[in-house]
Ligand binder design. Structure first.
Ligand SMILES: [Zn+2]
Length: 275
């Protein structure tokens, strides 16, 4: 059984507005108390959500939802009462009062390496050493017009990471994570973050899959994700500069520019993550 069976992607929305999204290790507890992986309904005036309201856990290769609450959890219009459980589909929904929770098995693409070697460039110049993403995750902060990058151990809960690592008026708006064979970019909702481009395309989602040789651009910051130990070619078309597999006679997969004479980048072979 693959490791990805131990992870789920969960998004929570309230009144149609997304309040959290992340990839979590099972079992995942949802409720008002601080111990929950997903904390909802903890405003002081809001006592309807139980301290531990529901648990999502692995059930063979599937998922199971267990209600632990005083008031129940709504699944497909029916109330699951305390202590009862129900099998969840690959992508499924349930409701806890006004909170709508969507759960899906974590996305997995076996072609994604365990770690990325991330090169961070500011105004075209490499900033510091490459970040090895997979054993660590890269957090992106904004402060006024400036940016800061910090590596922290991989944690499943992006919301918690952001609040724990916020300094003064800094604002964490994105995390690049390579974990258990999959790469992810987690961001806050679009109104709270700068425009983020992945391979020149603006992203609208708060969680997307990253692939080796993706390029993330945030204003004058450019983050190039190299597959470790492999050669890559950077397109020499000045308006493109995206990354390609090492095929010298090929054309850029984005702009069709010939790759002859393109800059070769070799990401250093690095330690593999044991997970
Ligand atoms: Zn190109």
């Amino acid at each position: 059984m693959s490791d990805m069976d131990d992870f789920v992607d969960v998004t929570v929305s309230r009144g149609g507005r997304q309040v959290s999204a992340g990839c979590y290790k099972l079992p995942v507890s949802v409720g008002r108390g601080e111990h929950n992986a997903i904390r909802i309904g903890h405003d002081p005036q809001d006592k309807t959500v139980s301290r531990t309201h529901a648990i999502i856990q692995r059930d063979g290769t599937g998922l199971r939802l267990i209600d632990k609450s005083a008031n129940g959890t709504i699944y497909r219009g029916a109330r699951i009462k305390q202590g009862n459980s129900i099998g969840l589909g690959t992508t499924d929904h349930f409701e806890i009062f006004e909170f709508s929770v969507t759960v899906s098995k974590a996305k997995h693409d076996p072609s994604i390496p365990v770690i990325f070697e991330a090169h961070v460039l500011v105004d075209g110049y490499m900033k510091g050493k490459p970040f090895l993403i997979g054993e660590m995750m890269l957090l992106c902060f904004r402060r006024g017009k400036g940016y800061r990058f910090e590596q922290v151990p991989v944690r499943a809960d992006f919301e918690t990471i952001c609040s724990n690592h916020r300094i003064d008026d800094e604002h964490a708006f994105a995390a690049i994570v390579g974990h258990r064979g999959a790469g992810h970019l987690f961001t806050q909702t679009a109104q709270n973050r700068p425009v983020i481009l992945v391979n020149k395309q603006p992203i609208g989602e708060t969680s997307i899959i990253l692939h080796p040789r993706d390029v993330i651009e945030i204003q004058n910051i450019r983050i190039e994700l190299y597959p470790p130990g492999e050669n890559s070619l950077k397109c020499s078309n000045p308006s493109c500069q995206l990354l390609n597999p090492y095929v010298l006679t090929g054309n850029c997969r984005f702009c069709s520019f010939g790759l002859v004479g393109a800059v070769t980048r070799v990401a250093a072979a690095t330690r593999k993550v044991q997970s």
